[in-house]
Design a protein around this ligand. Structure first.
Ligand code: ADP
Ligand code: MG
Length: 324
């Protein structure tokens, strides 16, 4: 089990992490989400041992992990880390890069393992190429294969799919996380891609300004976001007066665009302003007095059209705290 306790860190006098504590069980998948600059990468670097925390401690089971001030070679045998910039060795081929950490003692086994890993990241056809002949996304896939080569107990991934095109991303993501679950490898993934978190992690930590501001099951964070900041990490969101849905009730409520429906009888009257094609549907921007509202619709709507909207059943139950 990974145990991070009261971790704080500053770059010179700029405080970047503030009293971070959490635990991660073996084989569990944790995502760290938060806006750019919130401290995700710094947190991973400290856990891996690249940066010395100012305060706090990190344990893996009973072993205390020491920072670079006490450990000349960063990193521990059982942890692997993939940085946002993946440092592949230019003179080596793809296959050699992947096999770099593997023992030469059993050459056949090593070759098999490299093939298995290249298959996992869909790079088998590139085994004999060199990194400078590859696109950014291809390099990122090789880097992923490399950190998996010697099965770590804990894997730290920093934006692992950021350069991989959508075409490859979905399949690779499914394969990778299935592989980790299968092998019982615990993983922390720093990400701003909500699918990493929503579809594949057991738990999510939400970071803002170097602090953990929420944590929980990603599905629950999505369905009952406690702040607009959290909901925004998952996509577009409206913040609307509760009184639009329940008379005389004060406050604001977060509503995702797919939770509002076009309905001529709907109580919410709006004027269409713009349509944005999103593939499976349109995101429609409409105006209600001074407020803008976003909702999804299968077809684009005429601009300046007066429309009615209703809310999907059951949404408010997730969003509103019971009144005393
Ligand atoms: P994230 O990965 O969430 O985008 P980072 O951990 O990279 O956030 O950065 C957190 C904060 O630390 C940011 O404000 C960033 O500007 C600052 N920072 C990151 N690296 C350095 C550095 N080497 N020196 C000084 N400040 C840094
Ligand atoms: Mg980062």
């Amino acid at each position: 089990m990974l145990q991070v306790k009261n971790l704080s860190f500053a770059y010179r006098d700029k405080k970047v992490l503030n009293n971070i504590s959490f635990r991660l069980q073996p084989g569990q998948q944790l995502s760290v989400i938060g806006e750019s600059g919130s401290g995700k990468s710094t947190l991973l670097k400290i856990i891996y041992g690249l940066l010395q925390p100012e305060q706090g401690s990190i344990h893996w089971n009973d072993k205390k992990l020491l920072g670079p001030e006490f450990n000349l070679v960063p990193g521990e045998e059982f942890i692997k880390y993939q940085a946002q910039d993946y440092d592949l060795m230019p003179p080596l081929t793809v296959a050699q890069n992947v096999g770099k950490f593997l023992s030469n003692f059993y050459p056949r086994k090593k070759k098999q393992r490299i093939e298995e890993l290249l298959e996992l990241v869909d790079m088998s056809d590139f085994a004999d190429r060199r990194p400078d002949e590859l696109s950014g996304g291809q390099q990122q896939r090789v880097a992923l294969a490399r950190v998996l080569a010697r099965e770590p107990e804990l894997l730290l991934l920093d934006e692992p799919f950021s350069n991989i095109d959508n075409f490859k991303k979905s399949a690779l993501r499914r394969q990778l996380f299935e592989y980790l679950k299968d092998k019982g490898i615990a993983c922390i993934v720093a990400t701003h891609d909500n699918a990493d978190s929503l579809s594949f992690s057991d738990e999510a930590l939400v970071m803002k300004n170097g602090r953990i501001i929420h944590r929980g099951n990603p599905r629950e964070l999505y369905l009952s976001p406690q702040t607009r900041y959290v909901a925004r990490l998952f996509g577009e969101v409206n913040q609307l007066p509760v009184s639009w849905f329940i008379e005389d009730r004060k406050g604001l409520v977060l509503i995702y665009p797919h939770e509002l429906f076009l309905n001529p009888e709907g109580k919410i009257k709006a004027i269409v302003e713009e349509n944005y094609f999103e593939g499976h549907s349109y995101l429609v921007k409409a105006r209600i007095g001074r407020r803008l509202v976003y909702f999804r619709n299968d077809n684009p709507l005429n601009k300046q059209f007066a429309i009615g909207l209703t809310l999907k059943d059951g949404v408010l139950e997730h969003r509103l705290k019971p009144q005393p």
